[in-house]
Write a protein that binds this ligand. Structure first.
Ligand code: GLN
Length: 492
């Protein structure tokens, strides 16, 4: 296998044994980028100079025989919503086209402490609003499994670069499914940790009560390694929770004997693609065969999750995005006549359609006279959704569902109908409301060759249960070994 195809943990062994250098590894990843990135378009910015310098620093450590952290010298891509000091961070928006953060997000500080190699910043839906990465102001990212299909979103770039082997792993953010859904559609592992597990300091805010950073990886072991690196409370984020961070690699136990897996009947509706339902049922049967107890559970408020999400997330977004006013940073209109017109023009020219739609929806839902009817009601329903999960986790350790109701759809297929696009999140938003940890991992392919994701959810701060079930599934199946063949002979 070529170096860019390997996992971080396999590469760490080679780096430690000095069979390879981080420099060579980094060059191999950029060679791969030269070959397939023109077709995939997963990156908005490449940081090769920084990467090579970081690689040489990692090499010096390995040569000294220092005890090197597991991610030292590993090429990692970062979603362009995470602030990287001195490196442009656009959030996929024109309004931040030239924004260079003067500081690092806490997750970046933590990754740099590990000695990672930063490959570049990945494409995304503008301000993480979308399910297909088509809302990026810059480019469309193509799914490595089918270049005519979307990679999912909003972290479509971060998922696609891992699937395309143009990074070894990556970071994304998940507000209503933006890590789990693209992971499913690109056939990689993606995990949203419990809300509060990872500091949001330096994550550009979309919906602050939902946003969470998490990893995309080629397998569950790498996922645990990245979680180890990024989790932990942070004085810079008051919503980060001060609970001990376990060594997540200790949860990589190939055994589910005695664990209880709940299957929520509300997720298996007639709207669910039958090939996906079959694969997910087959995955659950595998886990049962390996000793897990499987039982049906009910999450009765599931059907309200999307409507609730599309009140709460836009409401928070309308407040968070008020800061883009053309005054302090970011885009400013060319010819402002007066202050109010400067605000108006800056925001109309700087934001894309979907972002404007959300700001209007959110502002309406929060406005006097409507706040109780919409926002307050949505908050109450959110509590009911959370209570459903609390009751289910009294009985089971992990909940298994499909991640997405359909496989990757074609580019352009849903852009004309926002409601259709919003339905992509029907399986991921419920856990977001409840702040739960959730992973998506490959569990098969549909007949047309596109990947299917299995979603495993845990109780708050029970990432270890989720990882254990995911690891056992992966160790006993071959799905994660299936890789896309990128058709580089077609049109770019
Ligand atoms: N697709 C959802 C949205 O458009 C979720 C996005 C996300 O998790 N950032 O809001």
């Amino acid at each position: 296998m070529s170096l860019h195809e390997l996992t971080a943990h396999a590469l760490h062994e080679k780096l430690k044994a000095r069979e390879i250098s981080a420099q060579e590894l980094t060059e191999a990843v950029y060679e791969r980028i030269a070959e397939v990135e023109p077709h995939v378009k997963g990156y908005l910015t490449l940081t090769k100079d920084i990467a090579l310098e970081q690689a040489s620093r990692a090499d010096a450590g390995f040569q000294n025989g220092d005890e090197m952290p597991p991610l030292a010298g590993i090429p990692i891509a970062i979603k362009d919503v995470i602030c990287t000091k001195g490196v442009r961070t656009t959030c996929g928006s024109k309004i931040l086209e030239n924004f260079v953060p003067p500081y690092n997000a806490t997750v970046m500080t933590k990754l740099h402490e590990q000695g990672i190699v930063m490959v570049g910043k990945t494409n995304m839906d503008e301000f993480a609003m979308g399910s297909s990465t088509e809302n990026s102001a810059y480019q469309i990212t193509h799914n490595p499994w089918d270049l005519k299909a979307i990679p999912g979103g909003s972290s479509g770039g971060s998922a696609a670069v891992v699937a395309a082997n143009t990074a070894i792993c990556s970071l994304g953010s998940d507000t209503g499914g933006s890590i789990r859904q693209p992971a499913a559609l690109c056939g990689v592992v993606g995990m949203k940790p419990t809300y509060g597990r990872v500091s949001r300091y330096g994550l550009v805010a979309f919906a602050s009560s939902l946003d969470q950073i998490g990893p995309f990886t080629k397998d569950v072991t790498d996922c645990a390694l990245l979680l180890n690196a990024i989790c932990g409370s942070d004085a810079m984020d008051a919503t980060s929770v001060d609970v001990p961070v376990p060594d997540f690699t200790q949860a990589l136990i190939n055994d589910v004997e005695g664990l209880k897996i709940g299957v929520p009947k509300e997720y298996f509706t007639p709207a669910l693609d039958t090939e996906i339902a079959d694969s997910v049922y087959a995955a659950i049967a595998v886990l049962e065969g390996l000793g897990a107890t499987v039982e049906e559970v009910s999450l009765p408020h599931t059907e309200y999750a999307i409507a609730t999400y599309y009140i709460i997330a836009p409401a928070e977004a309308s407040a968070n995005l008020a800061r883009y006013d053309g005054v302090r940073y970011g885009y400013r209109t060319e010819n402002p006549e007066a202050l109010i017109s400067m605000y108006k023009k800056t925001r109309s020219e700087g934001f894309g359609e979907e972002v404007k739609r959300r700001i209007m929806l959110g502002t309406f839902a929060l406005s006097a006279g409507y706040q109780d009817a919409y926002y307050k009601k949505a908050q109450k329903v959110r509590t009911l959704i959370k209570s459903d999960f609390d009751a289910a986790f009294e009985k089971v350790d992990v909940i298994a569902t499909p991640t997405s109701p359909t496989p990757a759809f074609k580019i352009g297929e849903r852009t004309a109908d926002p409601l259709q696009m919003y339905l992509s999140d029907v399986m991921t938003t419920p856990a977001s409301h409840a702040g739960l940890p959730g992973i998506s991992l490959p569990c098969g392919l549909v007949k047309s060759g596109l990947p299917i994701g299995l979603q495993l959810l845990g109780a708050p701060f029970a990432e270890e249960n989720v990882l254990r079930v995911a690891y056992t599934f992966e160790q006993n199946t071959e799905h994660h070994r299936q890789k896309p063949q990128i058709q580089t002979n077609g049109d770019v």
